[in-house]
Design a protein around this ligand. Structure first.
Ligand code: ADP
Length: 545
């Protein structure tokens, strides 16, 4: 067979020609903005010329983005890797010192920034030691940035920089194992760590997104890509869409339930992907507003465990299939998708859908015990999930050798705890660091959350382990009550007792306004634990086990 390298430029050229009529829609707050994939191809060529000729980008230098999900971000997704450089997606929700750390660690040379995020970049630009050029996308005043940047950095405007440049670029042949893109984990413990995706891994991962067993993305689809392009590469959706010709709907900064519902009603996406908190908010909105969501064939939910109650509510009240998926920044991120096997119907099919899903051929999974010993894939042995495969990272950027805390004998240690069934379904009970160790027994914080969120008056529930003199740790339930509803700790505890063993029932309860979220919208358990330690919650304590 011929040895054709699997390159991002191939995905771009294919999408921009064969699927040139597919469209990318960006939400603006004043009506949608529409562009064709053919035009994205032309802009990618212009951007690559500008980066080389004006910003001097050569080799595998890093070009960072500080951007929402929009057309220009998509252009950068293709232009930067296709020219042989490395795209670095900066997470706009990180603390300034983390942003600085990441940009310096990656040695970013250029930053592309949405004009709405100029104030954020202006705050840190003075500390970004390797940056030489900033490109501001969209209108708005770049003056604060120019003032903060100093002489070392040239500030350009996107439109001026791209104007008049050629619509074609002679994309170089690269080694398919070279880095194409860089994404840092959100750093819930310690400094964020960089994961470099290769051209080859992106290509293979994109194929997997498109197969029916993956997300089943195809040319007749319109994908609403809510998951940020700075969070695990928007789950690979931009590349997969160009590969298969699915159109893209990009929400830009309009991530609240009301505009998302309007995007669904008017742009009629067939698929959508986001973390559970987004879907939870949208559900509450759809329950109280009459919106047309009939175009949605499926929505993919991942990033944290999806409460079964959320899946049922969408299916039963809105006719939308919520598909549960698991993955990590380190796995590109597609790891597993919960699609029931042939023949499973009714409750049995639902039981499969509650799991984190089955791995595709490209990902091998195993469960290991405390000393790293492999445990049987019997659906009952509980241990840490480890994975390997061609789109799973082998080590973090800048590390000479794989860190033994995260890698073992060529496997990635996920830090997730659960079981693996003989037919390949992963069921996660918790993250290792969130499991509640009570009197030598383990309590799954996720199981308690799922059970609580099945209560009709509960909007959100986050459970963490807190120190306890007698049992070492006990669960603390923090609950957000649905608007207009009222419920007591005693009532919730009795409700929990119908599905959870009595000794696991939390005695500490706090009613809060909102669960603190991480930079990618997950429950931030670290913050919940520290707020409890600081006495910030009004905790009600019921009798113990
Ligand atoms: P961060 O670790 O900063 O949250 P990632 O997005 O890479 O960044 O998180 C990966 C982790 O998210 C996984 O290791 C797992 O703990 C969690 N996760 C992702 N999908 C699921 C899921 N479907 N069910 C449970 N946990 C999930």
């Amino acid at each position: 067979m011929m040895d054709a390298p699997l390159q991002v430029s191939r995905i771009l050229e294919h999408g921009a020609s064969v699927h040139g009529a597919a469209e990318v829609v960006t939400w603006t707050g004043a009506g949608p903005r529409r562009t064709s994939y053919a035009e994205v191809g032309r802009q990618a060529a212009r951007l690559a010329h500008a980066l080389r000729e004006e910003c001097g980008v050569t080799g595998d230098e890093r070009v960072a983005t500080l951007m929402w999900n929009n057309t220009e971000h998509l252009v950068a997704y293709f232009a930067v890797p296709s020219m042989g450089a490395v795209l670095h997606t900066l997470n706009i929700r990180l603390f300034p010192d983390q942003l600085t750390y990441i940009a310096n660690h990656a040695e970013d040379r250029v930053v592309l920034v949405d004009s709405t995020l100029v104030p954020l970049l202006a705050r840190v630009i003075g500390e970004l030691t390797t940056v030489r050029h900033v490109v501001v996308v969209g209108g708005g005043d770049p003056a604060p940035l120019v003032a903060a940047a100093g002489d070392r950095i040239t500030v350009h405007r996107w439109d001026d920089l791209l104007a008049g440049r050629p619509e074609r670029y002679d994309w170089p042949e690269v080694d398919e194992r070279d880095a194409a893109a860089l994404c840092y984990t959100s750093g819930t413990t310690g400094n964020p760590k960089g994961v470099a995706y290769s051209h080859r891994s992106i290509y293979l991962h994109s194929l997997q997104i498109c197969v029916p067993e993956g997300f089943g993305l195809g040319p007749t689809d319109r994908e609403l890509a809510i998951v940020p392009m700075f969070h695990a590469m928007s789950w690979g959706l931009p590349y997969a869409a160009f590969l298969c010709g699915a159109s893209l709907v990009m929400p830009d900064r309009f991530l609240q339930a009301a505009p998302i519902a309007e995007m669904i009603a008017t742009e009629r996406p067939t698929l959508a992907g986001a973390v559970p908190t987004i879907w939870n908010d949208l559900l509450a909105y759809l329950d109280s507003h009459d919106m047309d969501t009939s175009s949605l064939r499926e929505v993919i939910v991942g990033g944290s465990a999806c409460p079964p109650a959320l899946m049922h509510a969408f299916a039963e009240r809105h006719g939308i299939d919520v598909i549960h998926a698991w993955g990590m920044t380190e796995t590109s991120p597609l790891g597993s998708v919960a699609r029931p096997p042939a023949g499973a119907t009714g409750d049995e099919a639902w039981r499969y859908r509650y799991t984190q899903g089955r791995v595709p051929a490209g990902v091998t999974a195993r469960i290991v015990g405390p000393a790293g010993e492999p445990l049987p894939a019997d659906g009952t042995s509980v241990g840490e999930l480890e994975v390997r495969g061609p789109w799973v990272t082998a080590r973090y950027v800048g590390e000479e050798k794989p860190d033994p805390a995260k890698f073992r004998d060529g496997w990635l240690r996920t830090g997730d705890v659960g079981t693996l069934s003989p037919d390949g379904f992963i069921t996660l009970t918790d993250r290792a660091k969130d499991v509640i160790k009570s009197g030598g027994e383990w309590i799954s914080s996720v199981e308690l959350e799922n059970a609580l969120m099945a209560h009709p008056d509960v909007q959100e529930a986050c459970v963490v382990g807190v120190p306890d003199q007698r049992w070492d740790e006990r669960p603390l339930a923090t609950v957000v009550v649905r608007e207009g509803a009222s419920v007591t700790a005693e009532e919730l505890r009795e409700f929990l007792a119908t599905s959870v063993a009595r000794w696991q029932l939390p005695e500490r309860w706090a009613f809060i306004d909102a669960v603190p979220k991480t930079s990618v919208g997950k429950f931030d358990k670290k913050v919940v634990r520290s707020r409890y330690a600081d006495g910030a919650f009004d905790v009600r304590e019921l009798a113990g086990p």
